[in-house]
Design a binder for this molecule. Structure first.
Ligand code: PRP
Length: 214
């Protein structure tokens, strides 16, 4: 995991297999079917890394030969995909955290103002006591993620990690400025945003590519 001095809240997962998969996601020739498959695989790699410092609790277990110490995860985890594109990351996390609960927050960007508009939210009742992974493949202006984090905090959520694949510096700055307590995990820090708020070089619109709505 790489941390850059200018972005202390950002943790970049650095792995050759992930870089290979991000390239497939970036490629405009990648079909929706392949995009979904690779998004799932890349998310699994993110999940593995993001979970690397989860706390464990000892528990006594019995092997066929003797008693020994086993381990269970101490904390309950809640996954919160930002609709729509975040849905494409849920199963990759559930592969490793099958007991995780899943909340949802629905936001879309007004294409002219780029301001996030909320249209749906539903969270498990254990939000205040759980570790929350907020999922979205893209962090562009950071408006959606900042708004989603504010929503979750309003509902009682306290410990939040933001998980993205492609992040723009503008989005990292916005989220870090608004929510200094939230650590951001991403697979790539891209160059910049274009005038329409898309990440460059980026991957286009992740939601459209997941769901074939382009
Ligand atoms: C995309 C993306 C993020 C958001 C990032 O969603 O999935 O949620 O934009 O942009 P921001 O950092 O500037 O807020 P979009 O609004 O296109 O909605 P969709 O997932 O329904 O396609």
């Amino acid at each position: 995991m790489i941390t850059l001095p200018q972005y202390p809240n950002l943790h970049l997962v650095d792995h050759p297999l992930l870089k290979r998969d991000l390239s497939i996601l970036r490629n405009k020739k990648t079909s929706n079917v392949v995009f979904r498959t690779i998004l799932h695989r890349a998310t699994r790699m993110m999940a593995y890394e993001v979970c690397s410092n989860l706390d464990l609790t000892d528990t006594e277990i019995e092997t066929p030969l003797e008693k020994t110490t086993g381990y269970v995860l101490t904390e309950e985890v809640i996954l919160v995909p930002i609709l729509r594109a975040g849905i494409g990351m849920v199963d990759g996390f559930l592969d490793f955290l099958p007991d995780a609960k899943v909340g949802h927050v629905g936001l879309y960007r007004n294409e002219e103002t780029l301001e996030p508009i909320d249209y749906y939210s539903k969270f498990p009742s254990t939000l205040d006591s759980s570790l929350i992974f907020l999922l979205d493949p893209m962090l562009a202006t950071g408006g959606s993620a900042s708004a989603a984090i504010s929503f979750i905090k309003d509902k009682g959520g306290r410990r939040i990690r933001l998980i993205n694949l492609f992040a723009a510096p503008e989005g990292v700055r916005k989220v870090s400025g608004a929510h200094d307590d939230v650590q951001i995990f991403a697979a790539a820090l891209d160059r910049e945003l274009n005038a329409s708020g898309f990440i460059l070089p980026g991957l286009g619109d992740a939601g459209d590519r997941v769901f074939g709505t382009d």
